[in-house]
Ligand binder design. Structure first.
Ligand SMILES: [Zn+2]
Ligand SMILES: [Zn+2]
Length: 397
């Protein structure tokens, strides 16, 4: 064990009395053995075994490798869902930590190891705690990083078998002070859609373009035209992103290729804007290609939906944050993010709220998905205390 020092301030004193050391060890164990989406076999088994040991009724293999633990106490009728994600990312780790990944090319670079450990720590405390009454549903989901594990669990009957009156989830955020809690009512994270645009022209000799239809010129024109969507079509008060992340065509300086391909990432914080982006991208792909003698085919793939935090549940989440860490460590209405999160699908079905916990600011704090990133273990106490207090307030005894 490496020593873990207290963050500034004493607000965690009571939380730390609850022996988080065991969960720091678990977090580092999960970190050292990261698993990709829908392959979280070891992590899921660890989670399920722990929950069973504390008296939870556990179902394994929900939506692939998901785990659900349910605990009923007293005669309370309310049902609370708390969600953590378990998957890692396909990238090499360069954190230099003693608990760095032992699996080449796989890394917990988004802190889902920490989210899992925080919810486990809360699970044990709530199993020993008598200050609540009702049904607690702990959801450990697979494949948050693009695999849509939340949706898979729902398609597998998650909320039919485990009905919830509200669901909550928490994600760490580098750049926010350690242990700082940030909330937001309304649209908080963006939808993410993906498009592959294939432009077909007519290949030919680079010296005789008059006999060809050049898809590279059409692709270049399209890349520039796409920039006008956010600038000219989207309401300036709204948020939208259109990124061309890949453009591939040709291999030789004297050959006009027959085809070019673009890969797009498209984000919005509103369903209407999301639909507008798709319409405009399709229209520009067709018109730009046609204007240059080519044709365009758009393969549109819908990804995660807009994440919307509901008012009443966000109010409760904020009140719990204020009670736990005080106003100086809480942002009641933070900015929306253009990143995406598949907890959004759960919030389409069940009211709830998604909050952020600061992973620390200043130098040496890598952003998530950076190869030097590591979850800050001191947040396990924060997260466990937060989930415990939220459960006590929602499932009032
Ligand atoms: Zn991530
Ligand atoms: Zn994440």
């Amino acid at each position: 064990m490496h020593p873990v020092t207290e963050p500034e301030g004493a607000y965690l004193a009571s939380a730390r009395q609850h022996a988080v050391d065991e969960f720091i060890r678990i977090r580092r164990e999960i970190h050292a053995e990261p698993e990709l989406g829908f392959a979280e076999h070891r992590t899921a088994a660890l989670v399920a075994d722990k929950l069973e040991g504390w008296g939870y009724a556990v179902e394994r293999g929900v939506g692939g490798t998901g785990v659900v633990g349910r605990l009923v106490r007293g005669d309370g009728q309310r049902r609370l869902g708390l969600r953590a994600d378990m998957d890692a990312l396909p990238m090499a780790e360069h954190s230099g930590k003693p608990w760095a990944s032992r699996r080449p090319g796989v890394m917990h670079a988004c802190g889902h190891d920490g989210h899992t450990a925080m919810l486990l720590a809360a699970a044990r405390r709530l199993a020993e705690d008598s200050h609540w009454s009702g049904t607690l549903v702990l959801i450990f989901q697979p494949a948050e990083e693009g695999g849509g594990g939340a949706l898979r669990m729902m398609e597998d009957g998650l909320f039919e078998r485990y009905p919830c009156d509200a669901v909550f989830a928490m994600h760490n955020m580098p750049g926010l002070p350690l242990g700082h809690l940030q909330f937001r009512e309304g649209a908080a994270m963006a939808s993410s859609d993906y498009a592959t645009i294939t432009i077909d022209g007519l290949g030919g000799h680079g010296a005789m373009p008059q006999h060809a239809a050049d898809p590279i010129v059409a692709a270049a024109s399209l890349v520039m035209a796409l920039q006008t969507i956010v600038a000219r079509n989207v309401d300036p008060q709204q948020t939208a992103v259109v990124t061309v992340g890949a453009l591939q065509a040709g291999q030789a300086n004297n050959v006009i290729p027959a085809q070019a391909r673009l890969e797009l990432s498209v984000r919005a914080l509103d369903a209407g804007v999301r639909a507008l982006l798709e319409r405009r991208i399709r229209a520009l792909a067709a018109s730009q290609a046609e204007g240059l003698g080519c044709t365009a085919t758009v393969d549109w793939r819908r990804g995660y939906t807009v994440l919307v935090n509901t008012p009443a549940e966000t109010a409760l989440a904020r009140a719990v944050g204020l009670e736990l860490v005080g106003a100086e460590r809480v942002t009641l209405q933070g900015p929306a993010l253009t990143g995406s999160e598949d907890f959004a699908f759960m919030l389409e079905r069940v009211p709830g709220s998604y909050l952020l916990v600061g992973n620390g600011d200043g130098e040496g704090h890598c952003m998530v998905h950076n190869s030097g990133y590591d979850f800050d273990d001191r947040n396990i106490a924060v997260g466990a205390a937060y989930w415990t207090l939220l459960a006590q307030r929602f499932l009032t005894a």
